[in-house]
Every structure is written in structure tokens, then in C-alpha cells.
Design a protein around this ligand. Sequence first.
Ligand SMILES: [Zn+2]
Length: 654
Amino acid sequence: MAKTSKRTFYVTTPIYYVNDVPHIGHAYTTIIADALARFQKLAGKDVFFLTGTDEHGQKIEKAAADKGLTPKALADSVVGRAQDLWKALNISHDFFIRTTMDFHEKGVQKLFQMLLDKGDIYKGEYKGWYCVSDENFLADDVPLQAEGCKTCPDCLRKASVVSEETYFFRLSAYQDRLLAHYAGHPEFVRPQSRMNEVASFVRGGLKDLSITRTTVKWGVPVPGDPKHTIYVWFDALHNYVTGIGYDWNMERYEKFWPADIHLVGKDILRFHAVYWPAFLMAAGLPLPGAVYGHGWWLKDDTKMSKSKGNVLDPHVLLRSFGPDPLRYFLLREIPIGQDGNFSHEGFLHRVNSDLANDFGNLVQRTLTMIGNYFGGEIADPEEETVEDARVRTDFDGLKRRVFDLYDSCAINRALEEIWAYIGLVNKYLADNQPWIMAKDPARRRRLARVLLQAAAAIRGASYLVFPVMPGSAERIWGFLGEPKKPADVPYDDLGFEGFGPGRKVGLPQALFPRVALKDFIGEDGAAPLAPPDFRREQTKEGVIPMDLVSYEEFRKMDLRVAHILEAERVPGATKILKLKIDIGAEQRQMVAGIAETYAPEDLVGRKLIVIVNLKPAVIRGIESQAMLLAAITADNKALIPFFDRDIPAGAVVK
Ligand SMILES: [Zn+2]
């Protein structure tokens, strides 16, 4: 089934700056890499997955000095932040490289010397904008101010032009070879749209690159000229070869290099798609298969940044949900190349709807029925009907499509396909109503067939989500009495038939508990629209005082049956939902304080009573054109009285 004959798969994340507190952006890159690594292992490849930290440079030198530490001691004290997060996210990397590791520094020096000897590195003079206060050259892309000067982005002081001796990498010599490589390997930069950006940057002309500093002490010393240290990218990028053994475990290096995919944020794509292949060409090393630039996660439609104070701490989500819901959300919500928007509402919707409702309930119901009706054993089934067979044959098609989608990094589409299948299995159960069959002893074997199809489908679907939600997939396989773990079953061996009569299944524990938004992010002050709480007005005798209303007054109220067509959360509000309703003659929108009791997906399709001739009210900027009737529970939640049989929308209530 594998597309390529290559037997190995090597995937990397960027090395993260050790002094940064890891946030959702770092988590995203690493989760993508983890899902790809886990999938390629299932596909039978020998996989190596590398991540790590960048520990050199001026910033860490300064941060360490501020704390009275050596730079290495500072790195040692903070590197655990990334390592702990990867553990909490169930990341399965094979090695965690730190650029302060001895073999990395030696490997970088060896490559530097090699390029120096062949003339691709030469000594010259670097002229650039320099901040005296920070003792630092400004990056080339810091813009010129109106007066023709540059301002230091760190301290906002005026910078001045300074020259210093430096070693250059002869990047200009590689312009044509880079363009030829892009032309011959259109998959080298992904997504495709970014290839055009990169190629046009290179066509615009490449200048030689200053790759050493005398002003930065904390770095890999230039061999034979230790007043220079090797600067940022030449040091950092080579982690991808030193991390698998270049110059210290050549057998492993030869086995895995070149990398199949370097995953990077789109902001550092250029360094990976221009400098890195040029360094490799100069060293005579093969080029990686692809550099994949992923998008950014925005928070409530704004770019996350420390200064805005809207950086999302993944640990908060992980404490409440564990790793799989976050992994699922980040990979399901957007294709890898696009920007995504993180909102708590969107996250909880996926958790409650896709995970708890669609998948979790399917597992729960199926296993509970097998427990109740057959003592927890898969029983001897009757022959498959056409409909039963479809659950099986659809799985075979799904399995092939999901393979190709994972293999081409379209993880969100693989998940869409799997959830479409889960929807089909849910519909199969709803159509067959095994809970009704269970009342008829003559239909035992038919019941056994339906539950067998559902359980086998769950087993298959769990396997297919394993790269994204490994912990949940393993748990479900445990519930199903599966002696193996998903990771131990090669993709090609996965079959619907691998599950049959005689198998003992256990009772499931909750997989994906539903979480209400307010329990998660707290109150936001939105007032419930339900009627006032009568309990508080009870007298000591327990009598509810009331104002009497005449029949004529009551008759003015126009109460109707409304059919809920759409329901959605209101961004920033935890208590209210926005509904679109059909009241027979027309459709209206309304806002109701019921979000603490009902999820939007629980409401669509249901019918309830609304008052249609109240004056419209504007709530949170939304016009509410009706009011529903609801009872208020002891803990102040709104419970809607629904009908016990069907009735058309618009029917009069009196
Ligand atoms: Zn400065």
C-alpha cells in the first residue's frame, strides 16, 4: 500500500528556543510531527522523529547574566519546560537534541571547516546596524525609519552602522542550483503556495550570509579562530544531521538522512528552504524531501503574542482534558498550511460534539449493550445483510483513503473521513435499534450481528485515529479485549474481520467527558434569559406569592410550537445560545439563556414552546425575536419542556 519504496521515515520539528515558554504554536508543530511519525510506523516504515532546543545566542547569554547563571546552567534549568510539555502531550520523539550537546558542537565545527577548506566560507567584513546597548547586530529585516536610521526592536534605542570581521557563507553561488532544485522538486516546499514565495525570493538575488559573530560569546567557536562564534542558523539548522548521528553515529545518519519532512512555522520557512539546502549542497549532502511550512494559531482571531497577553498555555487545557482532545482539535480544525483560530467555544464544541457525542457515545453504547445482552461476549451472528456488509466494505474503502491522506499530510481530511464513517455506524445502530431487538428472543442472532458490526467498526476507527489520539485508541482497544496495541498491528494487517465471535469485551469507562464552557473558563456575566427564580420568592410557609393575571391579559400572549433549525454558541458568552427557529409562518432568530443545560447539537431538530409576540430584545448585540418557556432548576439552570410526540411547527399553544 505504501507509495514509496523507501523503508525509513525521518521527520523533524524546529529546535525551539530554550528560554521561550512553550505555547500552543510549539505544541502544534510537535503534534503534527508526532501524528506523522506514528502513522508512518503503522505503515511499516522505520521512523526517526527528532525535536529539541536551540540553546545558543545572545538572548540566552543575557538572560543568564541577569539571573547570575552561566548560559548552560540557565538552559539546563529551563529545558524541562519543553520536555515536560511533550510528555504531557504524549509525544513519541526518538531523540531530543540540545545544541549545547558535545556531538552537535563538534559536528557543526566539522562542517564549518569543510566549507572553509573548499572556499564556500570566507572571511570578510560585515557591515550592519548595531545596538550598542544590547551589543547586538539587528536582523536584516528590521525596517529603516524615516530618518534613514534603524531602531533596535529589543530596547527601542537608536542603532548605528558598525563593521566587524566575520565569516561569510557564499550563498550567492547557490542561487541557480537552488532554483533548479525547486523546479525539479515541486514538493520540496509545501504547501505549494509557499514554493512560489520562496522561489521568487531566490530569483530576487541572494547575498552572501554572515555566519559568525565576535560580539556573541555564547555559541560554537569557529575552529581555529575562537574569537568568532558560529551564528544562529548555521549552528541551529545542522541539528537535523547531528541529531541522527552525523559525525558520531554514521550508521544511523546514513540510514535516515535525508529527512522526509522538516516541519516549520511559516515564519522560518525561508531559512529552511533557502539557507539549509544551500548549506547541504555546499557540504555535498543530500537534500531533505520536503520543508512543510504550517500556519499560525490565532486566539479569537488575533495573533497570539506575549505583548497582547493572549498566549494560550497548553497546560491549562491538558490539565482539564488530557492530551487527545487538544491533539484532535489542532489537527482536525485546519489543513496544515493554513492559519487557524483557537477559541474555547470552538475547542469545546469539537470535544463535546465529535469526541463525546459521536465517538465516545458510540463506544459506550455498543459495549454496554454487548455487556447487557450477551454477558460481554461477541456472540454467534446471523449472516450479513446488504446493510451489514456496507459497514464492513465502507471500512475497507475508508482504510485506503485514510492511508493516502495521512501519507500526504492531509491529517484534517483523514479525520473528516473517519468521522463520516463514525456517523454512518451511529446511523446503522439507530436504524437497527438493537435495544428493541433485545426484547425478542427470536432475534438473538440478528442482534449479535448488529453489535458485532458496530464493535468491529469501532475497533477499525480507533486504529485509524491512533496517530492523532494514541491514548484513546489504546484504551478503546483495551475495552474491546484486544490483546495487541494499535501500534503493534501493521496498517496492511488491519481488517474488519479481525474481530469475531468468542471475543470478550469489557465495560467502557468514560472516554471523553463533556465539559460545559462555564465550568471551563468560568462566568462571563451574561445574564440568563430564563424567568426569575421563583424559589427565592417562596415564603416561610412554602407558598409562592403571585400577582393574579386576568384571562384577557393571558390571551394576549401568542404561544406557538417552534422547530429549532439551527443552534450555536455566542462568542464570548457562556450562558446564552443563538437559535434559528421555524414558527410555521416564518423563521426567526432568538437568544436564550440555556447554554448551561444544552449543547447546540442537542437542540437542532427539537420542538418547544415560544412566545412569538413579545417585543424583540437585543442581547449581546443579537436581536431576539421570541422567548422560550423553561423551568428553572434548583441550581438555576433552564430546563425546556419538550413534547412527547411530534407536532407541526406553528401549532398554537393555549
Ligand atoms: Zn537594543
